[in-house]
Design a protein around this ligand. Structure first.
Ligand code: AMP
Length: 544
C-alpha cells in the first residue's frame, strides 16, 4: 500500500533559507585573502547568494552547467556553494594543491564553463592561461579595489553581485539533480569525479548533525580546517547553518599559531581537520601551555589519528572525535563520539575506543569481505576489504565507466579500498589502504598500527611506515621518522620495545631512517606513494 505523504524534493538552498530565518544571529566569520576579517550572517549570505545567482545567470550559467572554484574557506566560497547549486548548476571544487596537469585534466573532464578563484591563485591561473579551455570565464573572488593588473581577462566577483536583486526565484529541482562535483586526489591514474546530488548533500548534513552533536549545535562556533575544496569541507558548510552553528573560516592561514589565535579571538568551540594540521596546533598548545579557551572538540579524520595525538588533546580538556570517510561518501562514514555508557569507562579504555575509526553514522552500512567476496563477521578479529552502501555514497564515478565497474561489487556496494575489521560494538578499525599494507612472508603487517605506536615516542614528531622489497620475505617494514630534534633522533630499539607491547616480533620495522619532513598529498595526508619512490632501491640491513 502506498503511503499518503507529500513529496517535497530535498534542496540545498533550503538549508540556507532556513538558517536565514531560524538562526539570524549565526553566520560566517572569514579571514580574507585581502588581509582583514569579514563577518556575515546567514541572512546576509542568503541575500548575497540571490545576487550571485543573478550575476552568474548573466554570465550564461544555466541548469547543469559546471561552475568551478579554486578557493580557500571563506564566505564567498560559501555563497558559491549555495547560489550555484540553487540555480540547478553544479559547484565543482578544485583542489589547488593538485599538479597543473591534474588541474587541467579535471577542468576539461568536468567541462567547467566558469572558474571562480581567490586572489592567491592568480599566478597559478596566469601560468596556465594558454592551456585553459577557450571560453572558460574567470571570476576573481574579490572587490574592484583589489583587482590586480593582469594580462588575463579576470571578471570581478563583487561586480557580479552589485546592483542585483537579492530575491532569486530558486527553481524547484528534482532532488536527484547534480549539485556538487569533487575529484579524488588519485595518486595513480587520473582523478575521478564524485557527483553529489541535492538529496545526498542534505541527507549527509542531517546524518552528520545527529552523529556529532558535540560539534554541531545551535550557538557552536566551528572552524573547518578541512578545506572547502576537498569533499565540501566534510559537509560543514551545510550542517552548520542547518543546526544554527557559526563557521569561522581560516582562509589560507593554517599554521598552528594562526589557528590558535583565530580560535582564541573567535571563541571557537570545535574544529575539524586531518592529523597533519593537528601536529601544528599541538606544538602551539605546548608552546603556550594550554588550549584555546572555548575549544571543546576536535574532529580528526582523513588519515588515522595516532593515539598519542588523541591523548594529548583529551588530556588538555579537548574531546577528540575520530572519524573516517571518503570523497565518494560525501564524505563521513563513521564517527568516534562515544555513547554515554562508554564515557564512564576508564580513560585508557576510552582512548582505545577513540583510536579506532568509530561507529557508522546513520544511513551508511558497512561490510567487510574476504578475498573470495564472502562477508566476514563483525567480531573485531576478522579483517577484510571494506564496502559501504547508503544514500550519501556514489553509485558510480562521473563519466568514468571503467573506474565505476572496478569500484562496485555485484551487490551494488562501493569498495573503499580500505582493509578493516569491525568489532561487536560496531567500531571500525582501519588497518591500511589495501595498497599500503605490507606483505611479509605471506602475512600482512598494518603500517597504521606501527605508526600509531611510534608516534607515542617523545622524540618522534611524525612518522610513516612503508614496505621495502625483500629477497626472502617479499616486503619488510621501514620506519621513516621526522625527529622532534634533528640532532637527537629516537632510538629504534626503544621504539621496538614500545611496539612489542602490541605487535608480534616479526612485525617490527627492520630499520629506521630520519628525514626532515614527509611528503604530503594534495589533501594533506602523508603520501606513501611518494615516500616509497624516495626510498626506491633502499636496501634493508639483512637483505644485501
Ligand atoms: P579521501 O577521499 O581523500 O578523503 O580519502 C579517503 C581515504 O582516506 C579512506 O579510504 C582511508 O584510506 C583514508 N582515511 C580517511 N579517514 C581515515 C581515518 N580516520 N583513519 C584511517 N584512514 C582514513
Amino acid at each position: 500500500m502506498q503511503g499518503q505523504m507529500m513529496h517535497v524534493p530535498l534542496s540545498i538552498i533550503e538549508i540556507l533559507r532556513f538558517a536565514a530565518e531560524s538562526h539570524p544571529g549565526a553566520g560566517i566569520v572569514s579571514v580574507r585573502t585581502e588581509g582583514d576579517l569579514h563577518r556575515e550572517s546567514y541572512a546576509e549570505a542568503y541575500a548575497r547568494a540571490g545576487q550571485l545567482a543573478h550575476g552568474l545567470a548573466g554570465l550564461g550559467v544555466g541548469p547543469g552547467d559546471r561552475v568551478a572554484t579554486l578557493a580557500w574557506n571563506g564566505y564567498r566560497h560559501f555563497e558559491l556553494y549555495y547560489a550555484v547549486s540553487g540555480m540547478g548548476a553544479v559547484c565543482h571544487t578544485i583542489n589547488p594543491r593538485l599538479s597543473a596537469e591534474q588541474m587541467l585534466y579535471i577542468i576539461g573532464h568536468a567541462g567547467d564553463s566558469v572558474l571562480c578563484l581567490d586572489l592567491t591563485f592568480v599566478p597559478l591561473i596566469e601560468a596556465l592561461a594558454d592551456k585553459l579551455p577557450g571560453g572558460l570565464k574567470l571570476v576573481l573572488m574579490t572587490d574592484r579595489a583589489h583587482m590586480p593588473e593582469s594580462a588575463v581577462d579576470f571578471l570581478c566577483y563583487e561586480d557580479l553581485l552589485a546592483g542585483q536583486h537579492t530575491a532569486y526565484a530558486w527553481p524547484e529541482l528534482p532532488e536527484d539533480t547534480a549539485a556538487g562535483l569533487c575529484y579524488t586526489s588519485g595518486t595513480t591514474g587520473h582523478p575521478k569525479g564524485a557527483l553529489y546530488t541535492h538529496r545526498s548533500t542534505v541527507l549527509h548534513a542531517l546524518f552528520l548533525s545527529i552523529a556529532v552533536p558535540r560539534s554541531l549545535h545551535e550557538g557552536a562556533r566551528i572552524l573547518p580546517v578541512v578545506p572547502m575544496f576537498h569533499v565540501n569541507s566534510w559537509g560543514l558548510p551545510y550542517a552548520a547553518p542547518l543546526v544554527g552553528a557559526s563557521l569561522v573560516m581560516p582562509g589560507g592561514r593554517l599554521d598552528g599559531a594562526s589557528l590558535f589565535d583565530l580560535m582564541e579571538a573567535e571563541a571557537v568551540t570545535a574544529s575539524w581537520g586531518v592529523p597533519t594540521v593537528w601536529l601544528g596546533l599541538r606544538a602551539e598548545m605546548e608552546n603556550r601551555g594550554g588550549k584555546p579557551a572555548a575549544l571543546d572538540q576536535v574532529v580528526i579524520g582523513g588519515s588515522a589519528a595516532p593515539r598519542a595525538m588523541i591523548e594529548f588533546f583529551e588530556g588538555r580538556g579537548v574531546d577528540v572525535c575520530h572519524a573516517w570517510g571518503m570523497t565518494e561518501m560525501s564524505p563521513v562514514g563513521t564517527h568516534g563520539q562515544l555513547s554515554r555508557s562508554m564515557q564512564s569507562e576508564p580513560f585508557d579504555r576510552q582512548m582505545a575506543l577513540k583510536s579506532k575509526q568509530g561507529r557508522r553514522v546513520f544511513g551508511v552500512e558497512l561490510k567487510i569481505t574476504g578475498e573470495d567476496g564472502t562477508r566476514q563477521p563483525h567480531d573485531g578479529k576478522a579483517v577484510g576489504e571494506l564496502f559501504v552502501r547508503g544514500n550519501t555514497i556514489i553509485s558510480g564515478y562521473y563519466q568514468n565507466a571503467e573506474a565505476t565497474e572496478k569500484a562496485m561489487d555485484a551487490e551494488g556496494w562501493f569498495g573503499t579500498g580500505d582493509v578493516a575489521s569491525i568489532d561487536a560494538q560496531g567500531f571500525l578499525y582501519i588497518q591500511d589502504r589495501s595498497k599500503d599494507l605490507i606483505k611479509s612472508g605471506g602475512e600482512w603487517i598494518s603500517s597504521i598500527d606501527l605508526e600509531n605506536i611510534a608516534m607515542a615516542h617523545p622524540k618522534v614528531a611524525n612518522c610513516a611506515v612503508i614496505a621495502i622489497p625483500h629477497p626472502k620475505w617479499d616486503e619488510r617494514p621501514l620506519l621513516v621518522v621526522v625527529p622532534r630534534d634533528a640532532g637527537d633522533p629516537p632510538d629504534l630499539a626503544e621504539i621496538h620495545a614500545m611496539m612489542l607491547e602490541h605487535v608480534a616480533r616479526w612485525q617490527l620495522p627492520d630499520a629506521m631512517e630520519c628525514v626532515e619532513d614527509l611528503p604530503l598529498t594534495a589533501t594533506g595526508k602523508v603520501s606513501k606513494l611518494t615516500l616509497r619512490q624516495r626510498f626506491d632501491g633502499y636496501v634493508l640491513p639483512d637483505a644485501g
